[in-house]
Design a protein around this ligand. Structure first.
Ligand code: SF4
Length: 366
């Protein structure tokens, strides 16, 4: 089997678990203009932006020789539930031959989940599968911990680019780790690397903290969100996202008796604004806005893919939330036409507004 998967966030994690099970893994290229062009050309016009991007990635993976595609399913009344089927039909119509494995939430269909695990398992023993999953899960938790550190401290680097460089090196070290010993070394070396980065001392009251919320794919995949975390870091902002892969795994993949999901709490916080499950991550989006406000963040950037119905609904309640919680929220709609320079200027203006507000509050209280 030559296995591939959608390109989203820290792809070394998906690669790792498959490699540990002895599969031939083919990582598709990071989404580029070519990926978007292919995706747009072969997707229904009304499809949402992530659907089109992933379509492009699948085509690139198939052209590179992938014969098995693995993806996660959707739930609730959003289009993601049909993604697998439509992607499959388009790819077949284009003449690609492949097996398609769609992982839905464990709670939604336990039997299908186990059937899929068996396909990935192949001839490996269950013990080996459990070891591979445990190892990758531990790695994922560690990578997300470093990812959060990077997004928080990029704003304070004394040497331009030093934090980004460290993040690249950290990912390379984790990518090369295949045993517990190597993972431990990667963690220790990553710790050493970040603690050696010279950072500016900034007074607590001058720090600007921005939360990024929205649909999971555009929040997590830097290549299609204009690398917004880097842009905000360069503008002197600490950043935290609403989605990390480890949270998604905790919420969707772990059986309930093992769950330590932070997402349940977030969903409760979102309930006064979106009562029922409307699909996608709309409820998490509003829940995270409340959570970020409670944790002292100064502003929110809401990323919304063009054609996304759940995020359109969250966008409609955001003005009310912004007024009630007294937190500025800026919604950015993303699609294949997104103009970087224009959006960058809008982000800069939003951050200037937050900084000026903070400054005048300090002057007023001094
Ligand atoms: S949440 Fe939005 S962007 Fe994501 S699959 Fe559903 S409709 Fe598409």
């Amino acid at each position: 089997m030559k296995i591939s998967f959608p390109y989203m966030g820290t792809v070394i994690i998906y690669k790792k678990v498959l490699e540990l099970l002895g599969h031939d893994v083919l990582v598709a290229p990071r989404p580029s203009q070519k990926t978007l062009d292919l995706g747009v050309k072969h997707s229904p016009e009304f499809a949402c932006f992530p659907f089109k991007t992933i379509m492009g990635t699948y085509i690139e993976a198939c052209e590179m020789g992938a014969d098995t595609l693995i993806t996660s399913g959707g739930h609730g009344p959003c289009r993601a539930g049909f993604y697998g089927e439509i992607h499959k039909r388009v790819l077949k119509a284009l003449g690609h031959k492949f097996d398609f494995i769609v992982f839905d939430s464990y709670a939604r269909d336990k039997e299908k989940f186990i059937r899929n695990i068996k396909k990935i398992k192949g001839n490996n023993s269950w013990l080996k599968v459990i070891k591979a999953i445990r190892f990758t899960y531990q790695m994922l938790k560690e990578i997300d911990r470093f990812d959060k550190w990077i997004a928080k401290n990029r704003a304070y680097e004394q040497i331009t680019g030093s934090v980004n460089q460290a993040w690249d090196e950290i990912q390379k070290m984790f990518d090369l780790a295949h045993t517990k010993k190597e993972l431990k070394e990667a963690i220790i070396n990553s710790e050493k690397l970040i603690s050696a980065i010279p950072l500016k001392e900034v007074q607590e009251r001058n720090k600007v903290r921005i939360g990024i919320v929205g649909e999971i794919y555009v929040v997590m995949e830097a290549s299609i969100n204009m690398e917004i975390e880097k842009i905000l870091g360069e503008l002197g902002c600490e950043v935290e996202r609403s989605h990390y892969l480890s949270d998604w795994v905790d919420h969707n993949m772990l059986p309930s008796f093992l769950k330590r999901s932070h997402e349940e709490e977030i969903l409760k916080k979102g309930e006064p604004f979106i009562e029922i499950e409307i699909g996608g991550h709309a409820k998490q989006t509003v829940g995270h806005i409340v959570d970020f406000k409670e944790r002292g963040f100064d502003g929110i950037i809401h990323l919304m893919p063009f054609g996304c119905l759940p995020e359109l609904i969250s966008q409609s309640v955001i003005p009310k939330m912004s007024a009630q919680y007294e937190i500025p929220v800026f919604t950015l709609s993303l699609d294949e036409q997104t103009g970087q320079a224009n959006n960058k200027t809008r982000i800069e203006a939003f951050i200037d507004l937050i900084k000026n507000k903070k400054l005048s509050n300090h002057q007023f209280s001094a």
